[in-house]
Design a protein around this ligand. Structure first.
Ligand code: MV4
Length: 671
């Protein structure tokens, strides 16, 4: 294939990967052309691009997956190449072909290579021929139950049923024994047909405990194919990777070479070009088996970049333009250790529910050996239309221990406010003895993460930060007096002006009531705060728009407090707490009424979401935990359950409707 240089690239993606590709284009002197949906008009990738074209309304199917709109944007903008990023259309052979047919250079593999790896059964057969070890199993064309039962008996149990057209764990079933096989086949078939339009299944021996180890490969158009070492990606949740590192603590130089050579054979067998990843499962004996090949640049590519010193996205662009790889296998060296954490807008203590809203504070940490690949900015809106990856924190150190200590520091100093994140889970992982020892297996999160083991109740410091933030915002701190005071604080304070003994603050956090009484302390130019019978003296200074620096004696503490009407979102040590101001009179009323809970309950949407299904009708009796409504937010379904036995009084939502956070979905009358 002749060299075909291009001067401009359309980036058919959004978020951090679009930002990453735009930067690589600009560094090479290429014009970077962004596309955006209506939800992304002011997104970071739009700000960073040289030009940006609207491709449609927020739903991905109508924008980032809209092939005609993307090709039209390429035509109108004069783009000469297309980079698909990851996700969306990145592994869609028809899209790659459509780009080529439109005279565009596709920055990725040829459509034939994408197709060859798209069907897992065909890919496994091809890999066996190419001498790549595959998991023992059945990957034939015959799909009748009798064949599967015979093959299952040969393979042994437990085994996995996988959708041939699937990938990334979708449509996968663990089958413990022969009795469970027919049922698993039927449901997997149904799911595969619905999700991929193809019911074809395969069987595999279930490797467990297992590590997910993948090898980065790179091939140019001249036929040179190299591997760039492995990444350990075992720490996942529902097949979404959470922490990735290079090298893998489980891979010796000899194993690296063997897996690397197997990955190169895999790439050569399908005529691969560009960056690709060969996924293996590695068992406790160090045996590795091919699982699938991802024919795209991956989220976790930066850990490979940090240990090899290569820029994989620049290499993709150069190879797409027809340049040969500027190095050979023997020139590839690995230096030190890199770890990536995905910073995601989800709440790990509430079933990983996606978090949406305004990202009032967003300040990734900086320092030697710290890299941030970000897709957002302070003030951005985090919506429910796309995946919830905000940014990636990647650290590099001379060895794994140094990388971990840098990572730990960086996670502790990652400032996010306004939208909850998984930072707490990331810190838990990085501090865990099994992670520290390099014993990372695919069951890590389900086995060790127990959100309920810690109450989630805000510590005293969170309450102090909330109080200090209110005081600073009110102007009391500066001695200005009530003139500068916000209405919120006045109202919440209720009758404090006529009461004696200081100003009361009351907040609700979940089902807990937190209260404090504050008196000015002119001597220290601060306050005395009485909480739970204890008096602490603090001083406070504002840090930017949302930060608060607290001092308690010589101890300092910084927190982010984002104020949203009656709600204060406090971020402290990588953990987020929501405190709601409680007007004094209501508190007293609530306390006076004792434990007498209201017989009527309103069940509200925990997040902005689309109503997928309403499962109850007025008058219906419901049991505790019975699903009332199915919501969808950020591509993930959420079940809204009855908290207690009740009769449905009223249904206030309809399927298809988009509801804001806090919208009442169902009225219940407790039984
Ligand atoms: C497996 C496996 C063990 N044995 N196949 C998951 C994603 C997709 N690429 C293939 N995956 C796996 N396939 C066999 N024969 C383990 C995984 C796997 C996994 C399984 C359950 C829970 C988490 C996992 C994380 C990574 C890989």
């Amino acid at each position: 294939m002749p060299a075909r240089p291009f001067r401009s690239v359309l980036i058919a993606n959004r978020g951090e990967i679009a930002v990453r590709v735009i930067q690589a284009c600009q560094e090479l002197g290429l014009r970077a052309i962004a596309v955006y949906s209506d939800a992304d008009r002011a997104a970071l990738h739009v700000q960073r691009a040289d030009a940006a074209y609207r491709i449609g309304p927020p739903p991905a199917a109508e924008s980032y997956l809209n092939v005609p709109a993307l090709l039209e944007a390429a035509r109108v903008s004069g783009a000469e190449a297309v980079h698909p990023g990851y996700g969306f259309l990145a592994e869609n052979a028809d899209f790659a072909q459509a780009c080529l047919d439109a005279g565009l250079v596709f920055v990725g593999p040829p459509p034939g290579a994408i197709r060859a790896m798209g069907n897992k059964s065909a890919a496994k057969r091809l890999m066996e021929q190419a001498g790549v070890p595959v998991v023992p199993g059945y990957q034939g064309e015959a799909q009748d139950d009798a064949t599967f039962e015979r093959e299952a008996a040969r393979i042994g149990f437990p085994l996995l049923v996988k959708a041939a057209a699937g990938g990334g764990g979708r449509g996968m079933r663990v089958v413990p024994g022969l009795a469970a096989l027919p049922e698993a086949l039927e449901s997997a078939r149904r799911e595969a047909l619905a999700a991929f339009g193809d019911p074809m299944l395969l069987l595999e021996r279930y490797v467990s405990p297992a590590r997910h180890v993948e090898v980065q490969v790179f091939a140019d158009q001249q036929g040179q194919t190299v591997h760039l070492g492995e990444r350990e990606c075992s720490i996942q949740r529902r097949h979404q990777k959470v922490v990735e590192e290079a090298p893998s603590p489980a891979v010796s130089p000899e194993l690296r070479q063997a897996m690397g050579q197997a990955a190169v054979r895999a790439a050569l067998a399908v005529g691969y070009v560009s960056a690709g990843t060969v996924e293996f499962v590695l068992d406790e004996q160090g045996q590795y088996y091919f699982l699938e090949m991802n024919t795209r640049i991956q989220v976790e590519h930066p850990v490979t970049e940090l240990v090899t010193g290569l820029d994989l996205v620049q290499l993709q662009l150069r190879v797409a333009a027809g340049e040969p790889l500027p190095f050979r296998q023997e020139d590839v060296h690995w230096d030190g250790h890199a770890i990536e954490c995905r910073i995601v807008a989800e709440d790990p203590r509430r079933g990983f529910a996606p978090q949406t809203g305004t990202l009032a504070v967003f300040e990734p940490p900086r320092g030697v050996g710290i890299r941030n690949d970000v897709g957002t900015y302070a003030g951005d809106t985090i919506g429910m239309y796309y995946d919830s990856l905000l940014a990636k924190l990647i650290v590099h150190g001379r060895d794994r221990a140094q990388a971990i200590s840098r990572l730990r520091w960086a996670l502790e100093h990652y400032r996010v406010g306004g939208v909850g994140t998984n930072l707490e889970l990331l810190r838990f992982i990085v501090d865990h003895p099994e992670f520290r020892a390099g014993r990372t297996f695919t069951n890590f999160i389900p086995e060790f993460w127990r959100p309920e083991s810690s109450s989630g109740a805000p510590p005293l410091e969170a309450l102090l930060a909330a109080v200090a933030s209110d005081l600073l915002a009110s102007g009391i701190a500066s001695g200005v007096g009530p003139r500068g005071m916000s209405d919120d604080v006045w109202r919440a304070a209720g009758a404090w002006r006529i009461a004696r003994g200081g100003m009361p603050f009351r907040f609700r956090a979940g089902d807990r009531l937190l209260s404090a009484t504050v008196e000015r302390d002119e001597q220290v130019n601060g306050w005395q705060i009485e909480v739970e019978g204890e008096t602490v003296t603090i001083t406070a200074d504002p840090l930017g728009d949302h930060g608060v620096l607290l001092r308690r004696g010589e101890e300092t503490l910084s927190a982010q407090v984002v104020r949203d009407g009656e709600r204060l979102l406090v971020q402290l040590d990588g953990r987020a707490y929501t405190l709601t101001r409680e007007p004094a009179s209501n508190v007293e009323a609530a306390e006076a009424s004792g434990s007498g809970e209201s017989a009527h309950g309103q069940i509200a949407a925990p997040m902005p979401a689309k109503v997928v299904k309403v499962l109850v009708r007025p008058g219906e009796r419901v049991k505790p935990h019975q699903t009332l409504v199915v919501l969808e937010s950020m591509k993930i379904e959420h079940l809204v359950e009855a908290p207690y036995a009740a009769v449905v009084e009223r249904v206030r939502c309809r399927a298809g409707e988009v509801v804001p956070e806090g919208a009442v979905l169902v009225d219940l009358e407790a039984q």
